[in-house]
Every structure is written in C-alpha cells, then in structure tokens.
Design a protein around this ligand. Structure first.
Ligand SMILES: Cc1cc2nc3c(=O)[nH]c(=O)nc-3n(C[C@H](O)[C@H](O)[C@H](O)COP(=O)(O)OP(=O)(O)OC[C@H]3O[C@@H](n4cnc5c(N)ncnc54)[C@H](O)[C@@H]3O)c2cc1C
Length: 478
C-alpha cells in the first residue's frame, strides 16, 4: 500500500456512517465501518420480528438538500420507494385533532366554550406575554396562550423529555415549532388553499422505502461492501488512540477481545460524549466533565400485531392523555403494506424512557400487557384482538438540549480540534444535534469532502434552509 494511503475508520453503521462509506466508495476509496450492534441503520433501522418489520418510530424520508435526495436514489432504485400520504392526529380527551394543528379544527373539536376560553387565553398572552420565554412552557404559551399550551403541548412534551416543560429549553420548541402561532394558524386556515401550499407541501406526502428505512441502510451496506469496505458488527469502539495531535488507532471490544484498527482519519457517529471519554490519552477533567454533562432520552417501542380492521388510517397518533404513559402510536400498515401481512397490521406503541428506569427494565411480557391495557384505556383497541407483541429498546434516541449542552459541546469540539483534528464527528448523537436522517447524512457527506481538502463548517450546516417546510408544522418531535 502507498505510504500516504488513507486508512479511514468509520464509527457506526447508521445513516451518517454508511453515507460516509458510500461517498468514499464513489471516490474509489474504502473504509472500515465499526458497528457496536449486530444490525445496520442505527435509530433508522427497521426491526424485524417473525416477519413483521417496524421502525423505531416511523421514519419519513423528506429533505430540502438535493445532494441527500440524490444519494437516497443512488442507493435504492425508484421502484423501491413508495410515495405515502401523511395522516397524523392528536388524540385528546377521547377525540381526534388534526396534526399539524389546524386552528379551526382544534377550536371546533374543543367545543364552543373551551374554544372561546382558548382564544381569550391567547389574547391575554398577547397582552401580557410570559416573562420567561427561554423555557418551552414560556415560549409556547406566548404563541398559543396557556390554555392551548396545556391541551396540545405540555403533556406530550413532558412525556417525551421526562422533565417539567419549565425545564425544557425554548431552543427545542424554536427548532420544531418555528414560527407557528395561533394567530398564524388562524390566518393560514383562512387563506385560499393555494396560498397554504408552501406550508403544507412535502409534509402531506413523503417518500418511504417499501420495507422501511432499514431497507435503505441494508442496501447501502451491500453496496459499500461490494466496493471493498469492511463493515464489522458487534464491534463497540472503546478507545481512540491519539498522539502528536492526531488520532492514530481505533480499538474495539467484542466478547472481551480487543482489536486495533490503524487510522489516518476517523469519522465518528458514536455519541460525542462517549467519543471524548474513549480518547486515549484521556482529555483533561474539564473536557470529561463536559462529556458527562450531556444527557439523553431513551426510547422503547411495543409492537402489537392486530387485525387490520383494528388499525387506523393515520401513520401515527400523538397521545396527549396524561393518564397513560404511551406517547405515540404508529400504525405500520399505514406506512407500507410491505411491512405487514395476512390481513393484520402492526401497531408501534412508543414510550419515552430513561435507560435503567422502571419501564426500560420491565420484562417484555409485562410491557406487552401494559401496551394492551393502555390501548384499552384509551378505547382504541380491545386487548383480546392482540395476537402477538414484541419490544425493542433504543438507548440514546434523543440528545437532550439541557441548560449546558451547548457549552459542553463547544468544550468537546475545541479539545478535538486541538488534539485530534482528523476525528470528524458527524450525525445525531455524534454532534449532539436533534436532527433527522438527512442532516446526519449531509454532515457525513461534507466531512468526507473535508478529508479531501474542502473546508465545510459542518457545525453550521444550515438547518433553516433545509427544513423550512417544517417551520409551520411540527409542534411535536419525530
Ligand atoms: C422516534 C424517532 C423518530 C424519527 N423519525 C424520523 C423521520 O421520520 N425521518 C428522519 O429522517 N429521521 C427521523 N428520526 C431521526 C433519525 O433516526 C436519526 O436522525 C438518524 O438515525 C441519525 O443517524 P446517525 O447515523 O447520525 O445516528 P444513529 O442512527 O444513532 O447511528 C449511530 C450508530 O452508531 C453505533 N454506535 C454507537 N456507539 C458506538 C460505538 N461505541 N462503537 C461502534 N458503533 C457505535 C450505533 O449502534 C448506531 O448504529 C427519528 C428518530 C427517532 C428517535
């Protein structure tokens, strides 16, 4: 091998890691992908149990980045994509409400008395806006009034993050809800339909690989392996060795056995906190403290097989009822007929948890019973029609935006830039960014270009430009 040949090690076979490998293969370059798990796709995998395929939360494919769109279609042929209609509603107080919220639909559904109270509460928020708008509660109440905030935002958001809405940073609301307010929503509802187009386009339809997002990443793996890249499973990275201001080796552990991979560059989609803690020699205590300061929300899904007739037309339903723990229900039959079979559908009940808490540790059989009980409580599905149930746990599904996350990420970035600039953090937990697949992919694509001399600032990838459809449409998380 030539002296100056690249030995690129990629950590993680999720969307970011596999996109990096795919882009490298187009340059005729190979890499070694190290994946801790035994499957590809990361959070965007499609789990398979006894022939049922389901996502970790349904994954829509939409993007404003043409380069990302192009890669999707280079990996999968057009016939493997479905164009799916989107329907998602909020279930609250035994009623369904349109989601994204439509002012007239919401006010009508609440009944005349409650609607009037909501509008008055909104008017009050205009006159006397909450003083502290740095929290999710203050920010959202200012735009919708406290009453609508309590009905449509507080419960779900607190379930999602596991902390009071007063402790959730407005950053998150600003990213997901953007410029939506009750006033904008009412004005929008009154506009002729054609003027609403740019707000709702792309959101009402989305692309979806017919066997789920995992299909994309399974195919990407085949393509990069065919081009000579190694994808090594059950290979959790535990150490990144650095010397003289560069990373030089990556060490994995599998069944107590360590393996070392020499590296000229490291593209890392493992959580940035774990990356810094794996650097050897170790960074100074303040950098380790910054790594320890990042927090995550974990996720589990209970997939229940039910007759198709027990499903619903929605792709997913937000559950805003405080008396159940469930946050959202997916109906995978509505995502793709190829995910389900034999006149049945598969419902994915989503629970936001902390790794190690009561739900996370509960045995699968107990969780399946919990899922059945909660569906019955909501009046959505009778327990006796449930034919089978499976549980999938996903640690670190959501990077949390706590008070100190920005400062902590900056500390880690600065240390990496000074001590191992050939380590390229990419992706969701890799950069601690609450993002979608396209953002993960794009940061990986730009990092590959940086390896070959470009100078993209991947920390400043312009999310606004890429996601402007979401501006008015996404009060809750994906
Ligand atoms: C409920 C939910 C719904 C979502 N819906 C959508 C949607 O509709 N559309 C959309 O585009 N996006 C959606 N997303 C976001 C999407 O899942 C992520 O943006 C995407 O998977 C991030 O890709 P990634 O490669 O950056 O990280 P990940 O998917 O987290 O992949 C990282 C990989 O690194 C591996 N890894 C971690 N640590 C190590 C280690 N030490 N050594 C080796 N390997 C390691 C992991 O096992 C994993 O395979 C959703 C996310 C959630 C939680």
């Amino acid at each position: 091998m030539e002296e100056d040949a690249h030995k690129i090690v990629i950590i993680g076979a999720g969307p970011a890691g596999l996109t990096a490998a795919f882009q490298l293969s187009k340059r005729g370059e190979t890499a070694t992908v190290l994946e801790a798990d035994s499957v590809v796709g990361g959070i965007s995998r499609t789990a398979e149990r006894e022939g049922w395929r389901f996502d970790i939360g349904g994954h829509r494919f939409f993007t404003k980045v043409p380069e990302v769109e192009a890669v999707w279609h280079e990996i999968l042929p057009d016939e493997d994509f479905l164009l799916r209609p989107r329907l998602s509603r909020i279930y609250y107080d035994g009623k369904f409400f349109d989601y994204p919220l439509k002012a007239m639909n919401a006010l009508r559904g609440l009944g005349i008395k409650e609607a009037v109270l909501c509008v008055l509460s909104y008017a009050w928020a205009r006159v006397r806006p909450p003083k502290d708008q740095t929290s999710f509660e203050g920010w959202t109440s200012a735009r919708f009034g406290r009453r609508l905030y309590h009905t449509f935002f507080k419960t779900y958001t607190e379930k999602l993050w596991g902390v009071p809405a007063t402790e959730i940073k407005a950053d998150w609301a600003a990213q997901r809800i953007k410029n939506l307010s009750l006033f904008n929503a009412i004005v929008n509802a009154m506009l002729p339909r054609r003027n609403q187009k740019d707000i709702t386009s792309l959101i009402e339809e989305f692309q979806y690989p017919k066997y789920g997002p995992g299909m994309m990443w399974e195919r990407a793996t085949e393509l990069v392996m065919a081009a000579g890249t190694k994808v090594i499973f059950n290979a959790a990275v535990t150490r990144i060795e650095h010397e003289h201001g560069r990373a030089v080796g990556v060490v994995t552990e599998s069944g107590g056995v360590e393996t070392r991979y020499e590296a000229t560059e490291v593209i890392s989609s493992m959580p940035i906190s774990a990356l810094l803690k794996a650097m050897s020699p170790a960074p100074p205590p303040e950098v380790i403290a910054a790594a320890n300061g990042l927090s995550y929300r974990d996720f589990l899904t209970i997939a229940l097989v039910v007759p198709e007739s027990a499903g619903f037309p929605d792709n997913w339903i937000y559950i805003h009822a405080p008396d159940v723990k469930m946050g959202r229900i997916q109906n995978f039959g509505s995502w793709s007929p190829y995910l389900v079979k034999e006149g049945r559908t598969c419902l994915g009940l989503e629970y936001f948890v902390f790794e190690g808490d009561e739900l996370w540790c509960a045995p699968d059989a107990e969780l399946v019973e919990l899922g059945k009980r909660e569906l019955a409580k909501l009046g959505l599905v009778k327990p006796e029609v449930v034919e089978a149930g499976y549980v999938v746990r996903m640690p670190k599904a959501y990077p949390m935006y706590n008070d100190t996350y920005k400062a902590n990420v900056d500390t880690m970035r600065a240390w990496l830039a000074a001590n191992a600039p050939n380590v390229y953090p990419v992706g969701r937990n890799g950069m601690h960014k609450y993002n979608n697949q396209d953002h993960s992919m794009y940061t990986a694509m730009l990092s590959v270009e940086n390896i070959y001399g470009a100078d993209h600032d991947i920390w400043n990838v312009n999310v606004e430009a890429e996601y402007h459809e979401e501006k008015k449409a996404a009060p809750a998380a994906s």
